[in-house]
Design a protein around this ligand. Structure first.
Ligand code: ADP
Length: 545
């Protein structure tokens, strides 16, 4: 028997329409690429999204067409998120840190019709000029006064909106229609596209809002350091207006000093970002011996958050919420906040839990399996390949049958490529990406674990552990360290001693090399691929001579 309720499709534009009516004073504060700070309320954003939708229509954008963005976090990017999907087109966010080759590949693969670009990224397009598709229209996200001189034919964002009606007859799109497109950074092979729908995006906004209430509530002021150009800024541009939280958009400056200042001036209550960003903030907080006054929570994900970092912020009274997810999951999968009954646990145990990747959010199921695909128990000990399914998980990649087939298992679950254990309370502990695990003598060594331990050494500013080929053991771990002071590097024996409190002797890194900085991927993670290329020929001590 069918229920007898109305069929109202879940539509992204409804989030902004709701915010404009119920939280009209909620605001988007943006550090603009033009150099100043701009403020607009959700009701203004809703009106400008309508004007933009008219402008897009004028450019010939129709149902299902892909409209690309190459932009920082800011109000115009926010308006694009809503106008493009609202009118039935697909918002394709492009990561400006992709290589020229990858960028051209995804613009072609997505068949983008229009590309919106921030002032700072115009030179990227100029460099690609000869290879851009001939019909691609380019719009610079600025006003007439700031339009750059360029050999390219460029349209102006504000002119597109000028004089347009501030209401739009938003179509009743099918909730399963595509709304957004984001490509993985593709460390090997071509980038692969995750094609989000209205339904998955709205449900993900609900999931995130429910899962992280300390960040997401009416009156909160959230600073998304996670970029809108990659995985929708972890869903914040949708979840924040949904609950009536304001968004403080940082623009291009993401260093510790700029973030600290912006947090102070704009009374930021929560901020979300990858660990490398919080290293910068941590340095600035230590330097000033101060804490941004209103800051209550940092959400950290994208790579493993080190224990040392978590305790630093927690000691300063800032709640750290470790989260895990991926592009293919919209992206949030788990978060590691403690439930009320856990408040009485010993401090050390609480931090142990906060160091895990946490428990699933509503709408996400997880399983770990062995090499044959058989399920492993959630006992905190068994380690296997992590698979997920859920309302906001991809069912395949956009126009890529081969990658789609490879990613999904026979039961229709998506293979994350991560290797993990899950304990009896549901806490996920990621050991590694399967390609980063170190396979030594038939056993696995987790690079994440070793990095976490080495980071606790006072002379280690940053580090990574990679596999080095070994004739007897297959692979052995090499520790790559960025020392706090170049002239006073840490001693590997000291680091070993610290590690031996937690791991067996055979798991210790065989050697240590020093470097100035760790190479980063397009999404701000340490690029193990580059490190393996750089240090792959390193001769381990037992093989020397
Ligand atoms: P890309 O590599 O394209 O940036 P994603 O941003 O989708 O891809 O990254 C997803 C991957 O990042 C996960 O599969 C996992 O390996 C890693 N990751 C994300 N969050 C965490 C976390 N909290 N701890 C450890 N690894 C993480």
């Amino acid at each position: 028997m069918q229920g007898m309720m109305m069929q109202m499709p879940l539509r992204i534009i409804e989030i902004l329409r709701y915010a404009s009516e119920v939280h009209p004073e909620g605001e988007i504060v943006s550090v603009r690429t033009e150099g100043d700070i701009h403020r607009e309320t959700y009701s203004e954003a809703y009106q400008r999204s309508a004007q933009l939708a008219h402008g897009l229509k004028g450019l010939g954008v129709g149902d299902g067409d892909r409209v690309a963005t190459l932009a920082w976090n800011g109000y115009r990017h926010f308006e694009l998120y809503y106008a493009i999907s609202g009118m039935g087109a697909v918002c394709h966010t492009i990561n400006p840190r992709l290589s020229a080759e990858q960028m051209l590949y995804i613009i072609g693969h997505a068949e983008d019709q229009v590309l919106f670009v921030d002032l700072t990224f115009v030179p990227i397009l100029e460099a690609l000029a000869d290879h851009l598709p001939s019909g691609l229209k380019l719009v610079v996200m600025t006003d007439r006064a700031h339009m750059p001189e360029s050999p390219l034919t460029l349209l102006c964002y504000e002119e597109l909106l000028d004089g347009q009606p501030d209401t739009y007859d938003w179509p009743l799109v099918d909730e399963n229609a595509a709304s957004g497109l984001c490509y993985t950074s593709g460390t090997t092979g071509h980038p692969k596209g995750a094609l989000y729908s209205h339904r998955s995006t709205v449900l993900h906004a609900f999931m995130v809002a429910i899962a992280v209430p300390k960040s997401l509530h009416e009156g909160a002021r959230i600073l998304p350091v996670v970029p809108m150009f990659h995985v929708n800024s972890w869903g914040l541009p949708y979840a924040a207006p949904l609950v009536g939280a304001s968004l403080i958009m940082p623009g291009p400056r993401l260093d510790g000093v700029s973030l600290f200042d912006l947090m102070e001036v704009e009374q930021v209550t929560a901020s979300w970002g990858v660990p490398t960003v919080w290293l910068g903030l941590r340095g600035e907080m230590a330097q000033r011996d101060a804490v941004p006054a209103q800051l209550e929570q940092l959400v950290v994900g994208g790579s493993a958050a080190a224990r040392d970092m978590i305790t630093f912020f927690e000691d300063k009274g800032i709640d750290v919420c470790h989260a895990w997810g991926m592009t293919e999951m919209s992206p949030i999968g788990t978060q590691a906040q403690l439930s009320r009954p856990m408040a009485d646990l010993p401090e050390k145990t609480k931090i142990d839990y906060k160091c895990t990747q946490g428990r699933r959010v509503f709408g996400v199921d997880m399983k770990i399996v062995d090499e044959t695909g058989a399920r492993l128990p959630h006992d905190g000990t068994a380690v296997g390949e992590l698979y997920v399914r859920g309302n906001a998980v991809i069912s395949g990649y956009f126009n890529n049958e081969e990658a789609s087939n490879a990613a999904m298992d026979a039961e229709g679950w998506f293979g994350t490529g991560d290797v993990a254990s899950i304990d009896d309370k549901g806490f996920l502990s990621l050991q590694d990406r399967s390609k980063d695990l170190i396979k030594s003598g038939g056993e696995w060594i987790s690079s994440i674990d070793l990095e976490n331990m080495a980071l606790a050494h006072p002379k280690v500013a940053n580090c990574a552990v990679i596999a080095i080929a070994h004739p007897k053991w297959d692979e052995r771990p090499l520790l790559v360290v960025v020392p706090v002071e170049v002239d006073d590097p840490p001693d590997l024996a000291d680091i070993h001693e610290m590690m031996l409190e937690h791991v067996a002797r055979w798991q210790l890194p065989d050697d240590m090399v020093l470097t100035d900085a760790l190479p980063l991927t397009a999404t701000g993670k340490v690029s193990k691929l580059t490190l393996r290329k750089t240090f792959g020929d390193h001769v381990l001590p037992d093989l020397a001579g």
